[in-house]
Design a protein around this ligand. Structure first.
Ligand SMILES: Cc1cc2nc3c(=O)[nH]c(=O)nc-3n(C[C@H](O)[C@H](O)[C@H](O)COP(=O)(O)OP(=O)(O)OC[C@H]3O[C@@H](n4cnc5c(N)ncnc54)[C@H](O)[C@@H]3O)c2cc1C
Length: 531
């Protein structure tokens, strides 16, 4: 029989959900091993190119039935390719489903101290209007023209180091994006955590060494741990857990159900340069009104006019200006797939304005038959087939049409442009924000984990990534995933102490800042002492 490597804590995945507990537990004195399926790439290694073997090392496009998700696939996970918009979720999202979607103990106010800790650690900066891209400014001008409001977004970017190259999706070559590879992960390693790239955990089973609970199988290797933190991302965590059901003696029914695409709705609008000049009075260069779709940071402004908590569920959403790469040109639905209209639209792609809206969806996604290995059937570099099935409910359909109507009201007013949602013919809906496939909650029937991120029925097994977030947030989710992961750490510390591991809690932010921990120390102490 294979001899297992032994560790106190095994972390599966190195995105937000994995890197954050890995740092705190290593800093607290636990022996931590992080296994990551993807490669390790440093800032200098991120290439500004669309050739295979460049961005495909960083990001996977994972096609399900009815929905396609983008998922992180390297050390740092989605924090490497993300656009770094770092927003707290609006308070009403925590009250969804009559207040029963989230655990009763977690509301916006109770999560605020943990948001603060994550914001300090990344850290997050609110963009100045001077740092907003031309596209972001155009969206703001169109909002004002339509009687709407618009504001810059907060980002986890060092704006001094950022050169506005527009290549955020391939990984930041300039070290300006504050992804996990620049903060939590190196800090975890500095405290002795071991990070092993190119190691994909296939399944978990029971440990055979006394004092250890779980055995993880990857490649030809096995490791045994007292505590396992599953943070493989919302497209991979439910698959890994369900494949482990046999070895672990069952799995909660909510694992692989209630998946949410965060209500993402991506569109591009073909803007009319002449109308931009005449109606909005904009001129970027002499004789050129705009033509700036690809210039600047990917997301810089947002409209929050439809985030009124008094409005009913499924009518609330936010809209952001959002640059996606020219690769997505082909997905715009306005013109047909081929022909003159399509050619014309592509020729004028510099005059496009991209948007990302996020509405309240209905957690309709379900994972079906498991692939033999990994989280999805690998078709090519950067491309996979997932067992996810997603069919929009009537609630989501209604929410989506409200968003489209609002986009048209803003961007088609006075002939400014023509809104073109992405086609769903080929790959269904597209989400950059997969969530909720092993979510936390109070009701065992609808949540895989309890409020402490403990997988039900499996002591010492925690889920801390986007799969734990209960539902759509109406904003980008990374800061909420981070705040929840920060909040989960005291529960894990308590478990480790019960297991006899001498671990402390209370490390400063990875960069050394300490003000964020002030408010959380007392909260953490209460959890750790079982109060
Ligand atoms: C183009 C794009 C832009 C985005 N921009 C923003 C933004 O501006 N703001 C925002 O809030 N969000 C943004 N997001 C979303 C954000 O990136 C994700 O919500 C976030 O990364 C999810 O974090 P996570 O910890 O749940 O999972 P991930 O960050 O995906 O981490 C999971 C990790 O686990 C690894 N893994 C998977 N399976 C295994 C296994 N079996 N064994 C070992 N390792 C495994 C994966 O390779 C990955 O590294 C964006 C996403 C995309 C695609």
């Amino acid at each position: 029989m294979k001899t297992a490597e032994l560790t106190d804590v095994l972390v599966i995945g190195s995105g937000f959900g994995g890197a954050i507990p890995a740092y705190h537990l290593a800093a607290g004195g636990a022996k931590v091993l992080i296994l990551e399926r993807g490669p390790q790439i440093s800032s200098a290694g991120f290439e500004q190119d669309w050739k295979h073997g460049t961005w495909t090392r960083v990001l996977d496009l994972v096609k399900g039935d009815g929905m396609t998700a983008l998922a992180g696939n390297c050390v740092g996970g989605g924090s490497v390719h993300y656009y770094a918009v770092s927003l707290r979720a609006p308070s009403f999202t925590f009250e969804r489903g009559g207040g029963r979607m989230w655990p009763r103990s977690i509301r916006r106010a109770t999560l605020d101290p943990w948001y603060e800790r994550a914001e300090e650690s990344l850290p997050v900066t609110l963009l100045d209007w001077k740092e907003v891209s031309y596209a972001g400014g155009l969206f703001a001008a169109a909002c004002r023209n339509a009687g709407r409001t618009c504001q810059p977004v907060p980002v986890a970017v060092d704006t001094e180091a950022c050169v506005n190259c527009g290549w955020m999706v391939g990984g930041c070559h300039f070290g300006a994006k504050r992804s996990m590879i620049l903060n939590y992960l190196p800090a975890a390693q500095a405290h002795g955590a071991v990070l092993r790239p190119l190691c994909e955990v296939q399944r978990l089973s029971r440990a055979q060494t006394p004092g250890y609970r779980y055995r993880a199988h990857y490649g030809a290797e096995v490791v045994e741990a007292k505590v396992v933190i599953v943070a493989a991302g919302a497209m991979a965590t439910p698959v890994l857990l369900r494949r482990s059901a046999f070895g672990l003696g069952g799995m909660p029914g909510a694992v692989g159900r209630y998946f949410s695409g965060n209500g993402d709705l991506l569109t591009v609008t073909q803007m009319d340069e002449g109308r931009i000049a005449d109606v909005l009075g904009l001129e970027r260069e002499p004789g050129i009104a705009y033509q700036a779709y690809p210039i600047g940071k990917s997301i810089t402004t947002q409209s929050l006019d439809h985030t009124d908590p008094r409005k009913p569920e499924f009518t609330r959403f936010s809209i952001q200006q959002c640059y996606n790469t020219p690769l997505t040109n082909m997905l715009a639905e306005g013109p047909s797939w081929f022909g003159v209209g399509k050619k014309q639209a592509r020729r004028e792609w510099r005059s496009w304005l991209g948007t990302l809206a996020m509405y309240e969806d209905d957690n309709e996604g379900v994972f079906g038959l498991l692939p033999p290995t990994g989280a999805y059937l690998k078709l090519a570099d950067g491309l996979g087939l997932s067992p996810l099935r997603y069919r929009r409910s009537a609630n989501s359909e209604r929410a989506r049409s409200l968003v489209l109507a609002e986009l048209r009201a803003i961007l088609e007013k006075d002939g400014l442009g023509r809104v073109m949602p992405f086609t769903e013919d080929l790959i269904g809906e597209v989400t950059a924000h997969p969530l909720a496939s092993a979510r936390i909650g109070d009701d065992p029937a609808t949540s895989a984990c309890d409020e402490g991120h403990r997988l039900r029925g499996h002591e010492g097994l925690f889920v801390t990534d986007g799969s734990a977030v209960p539902g759509a947030l109406c904003v980008n989710p990374s800061l909420t995933i981070s705040a929840l992961a920060e909040r989960a750490v005291p529960y894990i510390v308590r478990q480790l102490r019960d297991d006899g591991v001498a671990v402390t809690y209370g490390a400063p932010a990875p960069g050394g800042a300490t003000s964020g921990r002030r408010a959380t120390l007392e909260l953490a102490e209460r959890v750790i002492s079982g109060g």
